[in-house]
Design a protein around this ligand. Structure first.
Ligand code: DGL
Length: 273
């Protein structure tokens, strides 16, 4: 955990936020808002993006190997796996291999089903996330009398990255990915779980393309609260924290990162390349 404060020096805590690409920025910004004095290392394994297209054993091996190098290099106090596709398969192996706390990002099925008035909830994630046993178990455990529709997209995360990079994605490409979320069997879907951290990046577009208003549930604020709980009181005296970014391709999108107040760092780690 974070070093103890002494009278003479400012101490800090370091949080490592990990995703396959830019989606974890939606989680990072929420954590940074509740933990403004923390230092962050934002890691995008963009060399392997999208994780949704990877076989499970290869994904687990890659994430565990890369994490070993990242922990040795940056010595974080806590790691956030800001990726549903990785969290729903790799968290047990990460916790087995490393002793520091890991916070995962998994589909917010429990709060969605608790809040739904029509008892119709859709879960929009990568094809991999909606296929995972972890996701199916969340439905068994928490859906209750809610009907849950799983909608897998292998394109939306790529579209979100393109939008962020300034390459506009036409409505006609987004609509078919979103449309299956909207079910009407006499009762209409009223809640869509954003089960991929990339999707909040384009939630304004999704909201505009929705055939009727729904609540799009982004779990990032809850993840931020969980991180703050685990870390306890921030060390003091404090000073504003800083975030640096590491992209495994070595090609960080500096202009995009600057919009999030983040500077890129080189060289990137070489593990699992
Ligand atoms: N951001 C990742 C997630 O939350 C998915 C993107 C990918 O396929 O790499 O699932």
């Amino acid at each position: 955990m974070a070093a103890q404060n002494t009278v003479s020096e400012t101490v800090s805590e370091t949080i490592l936020v990990f995703d396959s690409g830019l989606g974890g920025l939606t989680v990072h910004r929420e954590i940074a808002a509740v933990r403004p004095s923390a230092d962050f290392v934002y890691v995008a394994d963009d060399l392997a993006f999208p994780y949704g297209a990877m076989e499970e054993p290869a994904l687990v091996a890659r994430v565990v190997a890369l994490m070993g190098e990242l922990i040795a290099t940056y010595r974080p106090d806590l790691v956030v796996i800001a990726c549903n596709t990785a969290s729903t398969i790799a968290l047990p192996d990460l916790r087995k291999n490393f002793s520091l706390p890991f916070v995962g990002t998994v589909p917010a099925i429990k709060p969605a089903c608790a809040a739904s008035l029509t008892r119709r909830v859709s879960v929009l994630g990568t094809e991999a996330t909606v296929k995972r046993e972890y996701t199916h178990a969340l439905i068994r455990d928490y859906a209750g009398d809610c009907q849950v529709t799983l909608v897998g997209s292998n394109k939306l995360a790529v579209y979100a990255e393109a939008e962020l990079a300034g390459r506009s994605v036409a409505d006609a490409m987004l609509t078919p990915e979103l449309a299956p979320c909207f079910r009407d069997d006499g009762a209409r879907t009223d809640t869509v779980v954003l089960a991929c951290t990339h999707y909040p990046l384009i939630v304004a577009r999704l909201r505009r393309l929705a055939p009727w208003p729904v609540s799009f549930l982004d779990p990032a604020p809850a993840i931020a609260r969980r991180v703050a709980d685990l870390l306890g009181s921030p060390p003091s005296p404090t000073r504003p924290g800083a975030t640096r970014a590491v992209f495994t391709s070595g090609h960080a999108p500096t202009a995009v990162l600057a919009r999030f107040g983040i500077r890129a760092e080189h060289p990137a780690p070489t593990a699992a390349t």
